[in-house]
Design a binder for this molecule. Structure first.
Ligand code: BES
Ligand code: MN
Ligand code: ZN
Length: 526
């Protein structure tokens, strides 16, 4: 079993497809779906016999079932059924999709919500619409993402032993090999999502650059992933000025981690670069106290990259994927970088650091240049980069910037995955905001459009594409295709849990990236 620094033992539920008669299913709870119809609650398609189903359907209004998302009602078990409790979970409004009238994402959330809220049950059977492979996959994925808790830092044995729902059955008439494969994929993807949440939730007392790198190495054991770690001496030797500058104020020194998934005949090579600030105090440009809590989340981009690599290896995708984790702790001290310092990013560009709290872009710049040296087909960076992301898009929608084609492919992948990602522009005036009197550029652009400006800064570090036409007029044609994903708000849920999303780390963007990488496989005919 994987562990995090000897503290966290990873939990994973079993997820199985069950096609036996619903009466014989022996689970603590049997879950049915209820949607909100135009004229009141609607019981969704389920394997119950007509009479039993009619009995439940007729009493929905009397029970107070509205079909609203996340509404959960427990009913006594029905005579002749082995399951102890019958549970109704709301799926939200009917939206007219075939085979049940609700979307795959509505099913994913309902399954996740039920499993999450039934945390004290040890086995749950889901009798939600499951007539297609897509539906089975959504129910399984949602349920496996809902089965999550983070009790590792509680002291009582009782709290530590309490696991989420450990046995999940998805009731479906399907039993072909596609259904089995979909279940396997759902389990893998949800496992990666939970692993990202564990890393994000781990307190900065326990997760710092060195321990993060150790965890990645440990978790790669027994897989085909190759891991290389640069320590501070190697970073200094090779000139990683961004990581060293940002990490300079902390006694816990920075690390760069490269994770490689290298299948024998890859259809493409994609590099993923993650921001891994294990704690962002702001540095000497210190954050106020209330802005500093939650700043353990600032390594979520790096955790996402590590999670995607783990999923890609487990799924054995025929795409070469290289992950770069830029790990540092941003702290104030007499060895911290100062506002007005000039640092040299890996590869030679210089940056005047005007605000030490704009640190993510500095470590990412090192990572993007290093990733680009290998001339991959595309570079995608993932980061909790700006507070401005939340002002622009709110707490649940991720911003995607960069090359138009890549950006659109990522947004499309997110729609297929059931995540909310939105394409945003990099305005032409953004770059000049970083003009510096003394260095190549500063790290502080205009306040307005902060998320977009940060992307313009990062773009300066995307290397040229070898073999590109030197006379090409379009600068995009000369650079390696690149996209920047800002997950600042969506990476961490400070509000109440909903659907399959718990409080704390969410694991957002893992599904989008896995779906994008799977899509490359299909596009290129594999
Ligand atoms: N890690 C923060 C961004 C952030 C803020 C993520 C809130 C999640 C929640 C980042 O390093 C930061 O401090 N950004 C500054 C940039 C500014 C100084 C240009 C910001 O957004 O205020
Ligand atoms: Mn910061
Ligand atoms: Zn930060």
């Amino acid at each position: 079993m994987d562990s995090i620094g000897g503290v966290i033992n990873e939990f994973s539920p079993s997820v199985t497809a069950v096609s036996s008669a619903v009466e014989k299913v022996d689970a603590d709870a049997l879950v049915l779906g209820v949607a909100k119809g135009p004229e009141g609650p609607v019981l969704l398609p389920n394997p119950l016999a007509d009479k039993a189903a009619k009995g439940v359907a007729d009493s929905l209004s009397a029970l107070g079932a509205s079909g609203a998302a996340d509404q959960l009602l427990r009913l006594p078990g029905v005579d002749g059924f082995k399951s102890e409790t019958l549970v109704l979970i709301g799926t939200g409004e009917l939206t007219g999709e075939p085979d049940g009238g609700v979307s795959a994402e509505a099913l994913r959330r309902a399954a996740g919500s039920a499993v999450r809220q039934l945390g004290s049950a040890s086995s749950v059977a889901l009798a939600l619409p499951a007539a297609t492979v897509e539906q089975v996959s959504a129910v399984a994925e949602g349920a496996a993402m809902g089965a999550y808790s983070f009790p590792h830092f509680k002291s009582s044995e009782e709290a530590k032993k309490k696991t989420p729902v450990a046995e999940i059955s998805v009731l479906t008439p399907l039993k072909d090999k596609h259904t089995k494969a979909a279940l396997q994929r759902a389990t893998t993807v949800a496992g990666a999502v939970r692993a990202v949440r564990d890393l994000v939730n781990t307190p900065p007392s326990h997760l710092y650059p060195e321990s993060f790198a150790d965890i990645v190495k440990e978790q790669a054991k027994g897989t085909k992933l190759k891991v290389k770690v640069w320590d501070e001496a190697q970073l200094a030797k090779e000139g990683f000025g961004g990581l060293l500058g940002v990490g300079g104020g902390s006694s816990r020194k920075p690390r760069l981690v490269r994770i490689e998934h290298s299948p024998s005949k890859p259809v493409a090579h994609i590099s993923l670069v993650g921001k891994g600030i294990t704690f962002d105090s702001g540095g000497l440009s210190l954050k106020p106290a209330n802005a500093m809590t939650t700043m353990k989340l600032d390594m979520a981009g790096a955790a996402t990259v590590a999670g995607v690599l783990r999923a890609v290896a487990e799924l054995d995708l025929p795409v070469k994927v290289t992950g770069w984790l830029c790990l540092a702790e941003n702290m104030p001290s007499d060895t911290a970088q100062r506002p007005e310092d000039v640092i040299t990013i890996y590869g030679g560009k210089t940056v005047e650091v005007l605000n030490t709290d704009a640190e993510g872009r500095l470590v990412l710049a090192d990572g993007i240049v290093a990733a680009g040296e290998e001339q991959p087909d595309a570079i995608i960076d993932v980061a909790t980069l700006t507070g401005a992301q939340m002002i622009a898009l709110g707490l649940r929608t991720v911003g995607v910037m960069g090359n138009e084609d890549l950006r659109e492919d990522l947004v499309e992948a997110s729609q297929d995955a059931g995540e909310s990602h939105w394409g945003m522009p990099i305005p032409e005036e953004a770059r000049s905001g970083f003009d510096s009197e003394v260095a190549d550029l500063t790290n502080l652009g205009a306040r307005e459009g902060g998320m977009l400006n940060a992307a313009a800064f990062l773009r300066e570090f995307v290397p040229e594409r070898e073999g590109a036409d030197p006379k090409a007029l379009d600068p995009e044609a000369k650079r390696i295709p690149w996209a920047h994903i800002d997950i600042a708000g969506p990476a961490f849920n400070e509000k109440g849990a909903y659907g399959y999303t718990p409080k704390g780390g969410t694991g957002v963007t893992v599904r989008t990236l896995v779906t994008y990488l799977e899509g490359l496989t299909q596009q290129r005919g594999r």
